[in-house]
Write a protein that binds this ligand. Structure first.
Ligand code: HEC
Length: 122
């Protein structure tokens, strides 16, 4: 099977990042961790195991409503579930997520896979 151009772009991005050279923001595919900050998940969640503090808590304000997601991968069933949950297709304890993910499908996948890889403090 031929590599799709999208896949080739992705591989190029991976190589560029791998070389650690001056990749511009556009060329570089954002990591799950970057997307987490970009889409302001930090408004409500921290990921302490990755050094991410929730905004409200970091600013010394009231403790954020959402939880710490450091071990979310050990709690939920799959990365696919996280994707569905962030699109409000599925519930957690009878409740839908507060926000709907606004990025692309690709970004959601990256983000969900990164979250699912978090299984507690390393
Ligand atoms: C307005 C506040 C708010 C924002 C913004 C927010 N969340 Fe949440 N999130 C919550 C609340 C509240 C819950 C439910 C309580 C809980 O289980 O943590 C939740 C639950 C979750 C869960 C399930 C946790 C578990 O233990 O099952 C995941 C995964 C999650 N959020 C990911 C994200 C991601 C990724 C973003 C950014 C795209 C985000 N959230 C943005 C408030 C928020």
């Amino acid at each position: 099977m031929r590599m799709s151009s999208g896949l080739r772009v992705l591989w190029t991005a991976v190589l560029v990042v791998g070389l650690g050279e001056a990749a511009t923001a556009q060329e570089k595919a954002a990591s799950g961790k970057e997307l987490f900050t970009k889409y302001k998940c930090t408004m409500c969640h921290s990921v302490k195991a990755e050094g991410i503090e929730a905004k409200k808590a970091a600013e010394g304000g009231e403790e954020a409503k959402g939880t710490d997601l450091s071990d979310v991968g050990a709690k939920v069933q799959s990365a696919q579930w996280i994707q569905d949950y962030l699109l409000k297709k599925v519930d957690k304890d009878g409740k839908k997520h507060k926000t709907v993910f606004k990025g692309t499908e690709e970004e959601l996948k990256t983000l969900a896979e990164w979250l699912f890889s978090l299984k507690g403090k390393k």
